[in-house]
Ligand binder design. Structure first.
Ligand SMILES: C[S@@+](CC[C@H](N)C(=O)[O-])C[C@H]1O[C@@H](n2cnc3c(N)ncnc32)[C@H](O)[C@@H]1O
Length: 283
């Protein structure tokens, strides 16, 4: 059987990772792209989301919500690319992508020679990803290690068994992940990340902004990403992360978008649009 025939179909929460790839493929086609992700189109196509169909004009509110989510994905991708470049520049050579999905940073970013990058996700998306990577003959630009484990299980044990060294600093990325985990799972995840983080480790998180579930999730289509959102950011994210031993900076999507030359022209209608962006350093 070919990879294509064997491939598992995206389903449940990991199907959202293919939707994210579709957004990155669209960004890659722009002349003024904030980043280029040459594998994104192949992931989207393998998941049946490419060629990308234009949003149906009949439901204007749904169309606007989709555009807002896509925009937040583009901005957060660029934000976390920057964070990883800064982590590499600070000497960090160990990277962990939690809920890695179709993240192709191992393939599309320039890494210092001795970088090891761990991708943690459940087995099905990692198998799907591997089949697309084989088909595309993709070659990683660092040492890439996949760790198939559910984040509700003993992932620190699986990560250490795969070669992660908690004694040296790590750059952690949890992009588009915490919004899918219930509050107690988010707390456990943070506690575990913090235990596995030597001083000087860095962390990039994206958090659902306050009210986003009500605004986007309430009438979301069944099976859509927004229908699976369960967690928003705490009232005081800086204080929350300080409690786990991290000095954090929080950025809004609006502020980052302006810095990246994609200003949001509409006045803020709510406290914030989707996507609280966090960059933190372990004390
Ligand atoms: C919206 S996608 C984001 C993927 C990737 N971080 C990105 O931004 O391209 C969410 C990812 O989190 C993963 N995920 C959600 N819950 C998980 C869990 N309990 N254990 C492992 N992975 C999980 C899903 O499989 C999916 O790949």
């Amino acid at each position: 059987m070919t990879d294509e025939q064997e491939r598992v179909r995206p389903s449940g929460v990991w199907a959202t990772a293919v939707g994210v790839a579709r957004v990155r493929a669209l960004e890659t086609e722009r002349e003024d792209a904030l980043f280029r992700d040459p594998l994104a189109q192949a992931f989207a196509a393998a998941g049946g989301l490419w060629p990308s169909s234009p949003p149906r004009p009949d439901d204007e509110a749904a169309r606007r919500r989709r555009l807002a989510v896509s925009f937040s994905i583009v901005v957060r991708t660029n934000f976390l690319d920057d964070l990883l470049r800064q982590a590499s520049a600070s000497g960090i050579r160990q990277v962990v992508l939690l809920g890695a999905g179709m993240d192709s940073r191992a393939f599309r970013m320039n890494w210092p020679e001795d970088t090891r990058l761990f991708e943690v996700d459940t087995a099905a998306p990692l198998a799907f990803k591997a089949s697309v990577l084989r088909q595309e003959r993709a070659v990683a630009r660092c040492e890439r290690i996949t760790v198939p484990v559910d984040l509700h299980e003993d992932w620190p044990g699986a990560l250490t068994a795969a070669g992660h060294d908690p004694a040296v600093p790590t750059a952690w990325i949890a992009e588009g992940l915490l919004i899918y985990l219930p509050a107690d799972a988010v707390e456990l995840l943070l506690a575990r990340i913090s235990r596995q983080s030597a001083a000087g480790s860095r962390m990039g998180l994206t958090l659902g902004s306050r009210g986003v579930i009500e605004r986007f999730g309430a009438d979301a289509a069944p099976g859509s990403a927004a229908s699976m959102w369960v967690s928003e950011m705490p009232d005081d994210p800086v204080g929350w992360l300080a409690g786990y031993g991290w000095d954090a900076d929080i950025h809004t999507l609006r502020e980052r978008a302006a810095v990246y030359g994609r200003p949001i022209s509409t006045p803020p209608q709510h406290e914030e649009r989707p996507g609280g962006l966090v960059s933190a350093i372990r004390r």
